[in-house]
Design a protein around this ligand. Structure first.
Ligand code: ZN
Length: 398
């Protein structure tokens, strides 16, 4: 629907994109000594200032979040899509031949310089995509927010800081169907979870806000401690959508009474502990041995197995509506088969449920990422900007 408008819009935007990438690449933004308002040193802070200035010049609503991240918004509506990029870079290292790391140079359709591909070029492509959506004047029902980080290369402390203060509940909403509203009250964040009521005997007829809220709390980068651990364990034993005690190991059924049901409906968390209550309706085949004892053992086992913590793999299912949107547009714009890939690279998205890495390098091109002569294909950035613009429209337009 927007394809023709976008093609026409981007027709004369290449110089604008290249200039913007060069502006950002000219700044040495390797991590340095923290200073007030510059938690990762003056370089990342300067790049952030420049990124925000650019976003503002391009008509977006900007905010500097105490030097940790900067945000650029399309509108003041609720966020439907977050794009994460970063303006810090890794040290330039040796062996540059085409140009110096912070003197960006365009040669044969490529921009050379530290950060051209990782990640200043993609940040500019995202900003240009947002500018396109804004300039086209399409009515929006939701916001797209670009979060520009300053510490991706050395710990991602920026994004952890940001999401601890701005919980983004929508991922979890897509997964659970629970609607979350977050408000600030006296320095605290109050989260309201709205599910759907149902009789405890037919819990699958409703949507349990308690287990949905636990899923959300587990996904947030809350301080580690006994409370977080207890919630994680509950999330394992009584995961959202498990209305038949499968995770507890007590799922069973017989033709007369049907399935065993579990409704976990009451949870109170205090400073000293937590108490929860679940209601289980058991079929005729259930006994103390195969039901009560099994459930008790499962709870006891999880109560005492908190030592160490293995980081879980990040996985976003290929059939999620978000990923399907990305793949569809990718195929449409590139003419290539879209498929999901996995990587061992640690990025922001690892900690973000439902998040994926997407763009801007097209298959078969070596950008020399983190190496000497880092470069990016201008055509790939332009294509990505178009693609991003269309996806923003898919997710945020009325
Ligand atoms: Zn990197």
């Amino acid at each position: 629907m927007y394809r023709e408008q976008l093609e026409a819009y981007f027709q004369d935007k290449q110089d604008m994109l290249v200039d913007a990438v060069c502006r950002l690449v000219s700044i040495d933004s390797v991590e340095g000594e923290p200073a007030p308002g510059a938690p990762f040193g003056p370089g990342p802070a300067a790049a952030l200032e420049e990124g925000l200035k650019l976003a503002q010049e391009w008509g977006l609503i900007t905010q500097n979040h105490e030097g940790y991240v900067g945000t650029a918004d399309l509108c003041d509506k609720e966020d439907a899509l977050h794009i994460l990029g970063h303006l810090d870079v890794v040290a330039p290292g040796e062996g540059w031949t085409v140009t110096q790391p912070y003197q960006p140079k365009v040669v044969d359709g490529l921009i050379y310089g530290r950060g051209t591909d990782d990640d200043k070029g993609p940040v500019v492509a995202s900003l240009l995509a947002m500018k396109a959506v804004k300039d086209l004047g399409v009515p929006l029902k939701s916001n797209c927010r670009l979060i520009m980080g300053t510490n991706e290369e050395s710990g991602s402390g920026d994004i952890a800081w940001y999401f601890a203060r701005h919980p983004f509940a929508r991922d979890i909403t897509a997964r659970t169907g629970i609607t979350f509203t977050c408000t600030s009250q006296d320095g605290c964040t109050v989260i309201h979870a709205k599910g759907e009521g149902s009789h405890a005997a037919w819990p699958e007829g409703g949507n349990n806000a308690v287990t949905g809220l636990i899923a959300l709390l587990c996904a947030l980068p809350l301080a580690e401690g006994p409370c977080k651990e207890a919630l994680n364990q509950l999330n394992t034993l009584l995961p959202h959508g498990d209305y038949h005690g499968r995770a507890l190991g007590i799922a069973q059924s017989e033709p007369i009474a049907g399935d065993l049901t579990v409704a976990f409906t009451l949870l109170e968390v205090t400073e000293t502990g937590l108490t929860g209550r679940f209601d289980s309706r058991v079929p005729l085949c259930a006994t103390k041995e195969n039901c009560e004892n099994v459930a008790r053992a499962a709870f006891e086992a999880h109560g005492f197995t908190f030592e160490g913590e293995q980081e879980e793999a990040h996985h976003t299912p290929a059939d999620s509506p978000f990923v399907q949107t990305l793949l569809k547009r990718y195929e449409e714009y590139t003419g290539q088969k879209g498929e999901c890939l996995s990587t061992g690279g640690g990025t922001y998205v690892h900690e973000i449920p439902g998040g994926v890495a997407f763009g801007c390098t097209m298959p078969g091109f070596d950008t020399h990422l983190h190496g000497a002569d880092e470069r990016v294909k201008i055509a790939d950035l332009m294509l990505s900007a178009k693609l991003f613009a269309h996806i923003i429209l898919d997710m945020c337009a009325e």
